[in-house]
Design a protein around this ligand. Structure first.
Ligand code: B12
Ligand code: SF4
Ligand code: SF4
Length: 313
């Protein structure tokens, strides 16, 4: 019979930075999700409303599963400092510069799932940022870290530049003890640093005001007020992660090739996306996260980012 210890050793061999086992009982913070949705903080992300029942009761996601094997994947590109840049410049979120992480992560989660099946599992279903999985909640229950005031899952001695993946399985693996400490203490750096005041309070993010949402998920024109405060972010935003002392002290670059920069647009060329055709965009950025907003979205974001930077110079 496969043990939790063996599964963690396999995850380690596959290059994940940490692995834990989460039970699938109802979410202790289900009310926080209901409240968040009722306040409209999900914006246009309607799928979060549709998936709420399963997020609150993760046992419904894969009914045959007994536990979720949860892993963390370090994605910090090697050339990156986690300190915020002092000079105004156009920027892309660190995760956006490598391969699309959904694909990169699912490839190795598939390998982990295959080993669980070889070990006797009848069910081993991988998830990476797709499907109704409350990933941060499961990572916290698997003992991998705490949920910081910036809403990120933070691992002591590693920080929060980590993706979360999971494999739901029917193997009877012993669940880990949840990480019940709040290591934020009296710090409020992330809340204070957010340029658009997107935090309604600690651990409560109003996505409608968040640059990550506005540049990736939002389809219309970006509202004037957050656009003016966007500080040059043209895809995603890392500020509330960059300022976190746990990242400044512990985050280390990932050695995985898939997260090293591959298709960075020239950050000093305001007309770059306006000159690209759909075909050129697909060829250069089709397998990167920039594909989500697409060419029209990146043209919009690029204009906003250059306008914000120019207004500061
Ligand atoms: C929707 C979404 C977004 C939205 C909304 C973000 C948000 N904070 O809710 C937007 C587009 C803004 C976004 C942005 C980003 N995202 Co995002 N996103 C998601 C997604 C798909 C769902 C998150 C969700 O359910 N939100 C709803 C809120 C209410 O849920 P929650 O934040 O998980 O909160 C739960 C817990 O906090 C818990 N809870 C509440 N109070 C308390 C109190 C305590 C003490 C505890 C223990 C728990 C707890 O209850 C809540 C409900 O279950 C997840 C993937 C997934 N399937 O989970 C990725 C995910 C959260 N994103 C991720 C990333 C990397 C980012 C960005 C850093 C990308 C970027 N650089 O631009 C930013 C970070 C912005 C931020 N500070 O959150 C990673 C985070 C990894 C990590 N270490 O935490 C995830 C997990 C994807 C992945 N597979 O790795 N994202
Ligand atoms: S990602 Fe940026 S805009 Fe969004 S909450 Fe964090 S600091 Fe604010
Ligand atoms: S910046 Fe401070 S408050 Fe915010 S998540 Fe990090 S430790 Fe917690």
């Amino acid at each position: 019979m496969v043990t939790a210890l063996e599964v963690k050793a396999w995850a380690n061999e596959l290059g994940f930075v940490a692995c834990g086992i989460a039970h699938l009982e109802p979410n202790r913070h289900g009310d926080a999700l209901d409240d968040w949705l009722a306040r409209g903080y999900a914006g246009t992300m309607r799928y979060l409303h549709r998936q709420a029942r399963q997020r609150k009761a993760p046992g419904l996601i894969v009914p045959e599963a007994r536990v979720a094997v949860v892993v963390l994947e370090n994605y910090l590109p090697s050339h990156h400092s986690v300190r915020p840049s002092v000079r105004p410049s156009v920027k892309l979120a660190k995760y956006a510069q490598g391969e699309d992480y959904h694909r990169a992560l699912i490839r190795r989660l598939d390998q982990l799932a295959a080993r669980l099946l070889q070990g006797g599992a009848r069910v081993a279903r991988p998830y990476a940022d797709a499907g109704p999985v409350p990933e941060r909640e499961l990572a916290q229950r698997a003992g991998l870290g705490w949920i910081g005031k910036n809403t990120m899952l933070i691992r002591p001695a590693a920080g929060s530049f980590v993706f979360i993946g999971s494999v739901f399985t029917d193997l009877a693996l012993a669940p880990d003890a949840p990480f019940d400490l709040d290591r934020c203490g009296s710090c409020t750096r992330c809340l204070d640093a957010c340029p658009t005041d997107a935090f309604a309070g600690p651990r409560v993010l109003d996505a409608n005001r968040c640059l990550s949402y506005l540049t990736i998920e939002w389809r219309g024109d970006i509202p004037t007020e957050p656009a003016a405060r966007s500080e040059g972010w043209a895809f995603g935003c890392d500020i509330c992660n960059d300022v976190c002392p746990w990242n400044q002290q512990f985050a280390r670059p990932s050695e995985r090739p898939e997260y090293q920069p591959r298709a960075i647009p020239p950050l000093d060329d305001p007309g770059f996306f306006d000159r690209l055709t759909e075909e050129q965009f697909a060829r250069q950025f089709g397998d990167t996260p920039l594909e989500r907003p697409g060419l029209a979205g990146m043209q919009r974001n690029w204009r906003m980012a250059f306008a914000a930077v120019n207004s500061k110079q």
